[in-house]
Design a protein around this ligand. Structure first.
Ligand code: KIV
Ligand code: ZN
Length: 525
């Protein structure tokens, strides 16, 4: 039966709502934190991808989180996806979400409360009665601030089914418009999912008037399978992330759920609003921003996802692609022409390319700086790929960084220890460092330590070639840890040592920001 929803109007019974939580659950995982500009860029790409709801963050977690939820709400002040902010079931969280979401044309307050006996006892120290009461009170309060309220039963999949039915009924009576049952720890099997949703639909009065939602973590690699099972059992919202990022092993991946629904429409028969040809560029944008590429064999967006290696397969594909391809590469955004620009490309072509890559709102100064750097790279490399452009623009976007690398010289080779000398601009002041090291990278990092003293320890250093060939840009990821806080920095440059220095400086900047940030507490009431 069709549902009349405050944000979507009359919803067709087969329409699946895509709720993207890349900017909240995804961003929460170690190493995947994004700054405001990065979140805004992802938000734009997600809107172009056609997500219905975008969880912009956890407004009360920190001033930075509040600012980014508010900025995304402003971005979609006239139209765009529903913007959601997560909070716990308490007054302060709900009011903070409401305040941050105010500018959005369509907004959703999302609140969460644990319902498994284990979580209620150990984490919340609350009885079942307390949880029922708090559910009622918090949903009622949230409804005073938004018509669209989602209530989530944290650890719902491990909750007692009778209690789950009871608490969901209370949430619906208090005015929740979406009921989300997370498999918070990724423990369920597809059959469990089917039982949970079928049970709720059979037993909870009023369930037919709300949207049921699935939020599946991937600890057993079952996030997508569980999500599809939930849909088949009546869920009409899926909570997913780009590239499947998220807490621990991540969440069900948006691109896999979307393509399963599209490719197996024959068996499933559901509709959704995802613009699948935009999938790849959104995935790549996220990889560029976070510095984490997906594995080569990742379904849909891995670089081997459509590569046919064996002779038999190649032969078959040449005769008829459908012999070994269940979907076309073009349907998710792959094309043969990732070669984009060369050294003769002009400003207009460069600007067009930036727009296509999701950097639509580049200011004139950033555009000029990025174009200048593009010309340098185009002179060094024979061909400039999308990934090269994305990497260099990302660096130009870091205008607000308080620490900037302004010069670096490294003398290295066989024989004496390498020496690095460099200059930084720290809040406008020039500082310098010179150091020897066991290798060029080590010397560079020691010189950075000298110029900008800090206690952080290096936890990860990884180098990837962005494209192919010896003139490829290197993309370096550096992970630093200071007092339990982890930050990842990325840097790209045709010179690997320069890329390493840029990555280290990027991580230092994130550390500076993170020092001022308080981590969200555990999801307790
Ligand atoms: O996994 C989970 O339980 C969550 C909730 C906050 C929805 O992310
Ligand atoms: Zn989650």
């Amino acid at each position: 039966m069709a549902i009349n929803h405050p944000s979507f109007g009359t919803l067709d019974e087969n329409r699946v709502i895509f709720f993207d939580t890349t900017l909240r659950d995804g961003e929460q995982s170690p190493g995947f934190s994004m700054n405001l500009e990065e979140k805004l860029r992802m938000a734009e790409a997600l809107a172009e991808l056609g997500v219905d709801v975008m969880e912009a963050g956890f407004a009360i977690a920190s001033p930075g989180d509040f600012e980014s939820v508010q900025a995304i709400a402003r971005k979609f002040a006239k139209s765009g996806p529903v913007v959601a902010s997560l909070g716990r079931c308490n007054t302060a969280d709900i009011l903070k979400s409401a305040e941050a979401l105010k500018p959005a044309a369509r907004k959703r307050i999302h609140i969460v409360l644990a319902t498994s006996d284990l979580h209620m006892r150990v984490k919340l120290n609350m009885s079942r009665e307390d949880v029922l009461q708090l559910t009622h009170d918090s949903v009622t309060l949230a409804r005073h601030h938004a018509e669209d309220v989602e209530w989530s039963a944290e650890d719902g999949s491990r909750s007692d089914p009778d209690f789950l039915c009871k608490v969901v009924e209370v949430a619906i009576r208090a005015g929740a418009t979406t009921i989300n049952i997370p498999d918070t720890v990724g423990y369920s099997l597809p059959a469990d999912m089917a039982t949970i949703f079928a049970d709720l639909r059979a037993r909870v009065p009023g369930i037919e008037n709300v949207v049921l939602s699935a939020h599946n973590h991937n600890d057993l690699g079952l996030g997508v399978a569980n999500t599809l099972a939930a849909i088949q059992a009546g869920a009409r919202q899926v909570e997913v992330t780009i590239n499947g990022i998220g807490e621990r092993a991540g969440n069900a991946s948006l691109e896999e759920v979307a393509m399963a629904l599209r490719t197996r429409h024959d068996a499933l028969g559901y509709s959704n609003g995802i613009v699948t040809p935009n999938i790849l560029k959104t995935s790549k944008l996220l990889a560029t921003i976070t510095g984490f590429d997906v594995q080569p064999n990742k379904a849909i967006v891995g670089r081997n996802a459509f590569a046919h290696e064996s002779g038999i397969h190649q032969d078959g594909v040449l005769k008829d692609r459908t012999t070994y391809e269940i979907m076309t590469p073009e349907s998710v955004g792959w094309s043969n022409s990732s070669l984009v620009l060369g050294k003769h490309s002009g400003r207009a072509a460069f600007k067009d390319k930036l727009k296509a890559l999701g950097y639509g709102d580049v200011g004139d100064n950033q555009m000029n700086d990025a174009f200048r750097r593009f010309k340098v790279i185009a002179d060094l490399k024979k061909v400039v790929y999308d990934e090269d452009v994305a990497a260099l623009v990302d660096e130009e976007f870091r205008q607000n960084d308080s620490v900037k690398l302004t010069a670096l010289t490294v003398v290295s080779g066989m024989g004496p220890k390498p020496v690095a000398s460099l200059s930084l601009e720290v809040d406008g002041e020039v500082v310098e460092g010179v150091a020897k090291g066991d290798g060029a990278v080590d010397a560079t990092f020691k010189a950075l330590q000298q110029a900008f003293p800090h206690e952080a320890e290096l936890k990860l250093f990884s180098v990837q070639a962005i494209t192919e060939g010896s003139d490829a840009q290197a993309r370096v990821t550096v992970r630093l840890e200071e007092k339990g806080k982890l930050v990842d920095g990325q840097g790209a440059d045709p010179d690997t040592i320069v890329a390493a220095a840029r990555a280290y400086v990027h991580a230092l900047n994130k550390l500076v920001v993170k020092r001022a940030r308080t981590a969200p507490e555990a999801l307790t009431a």
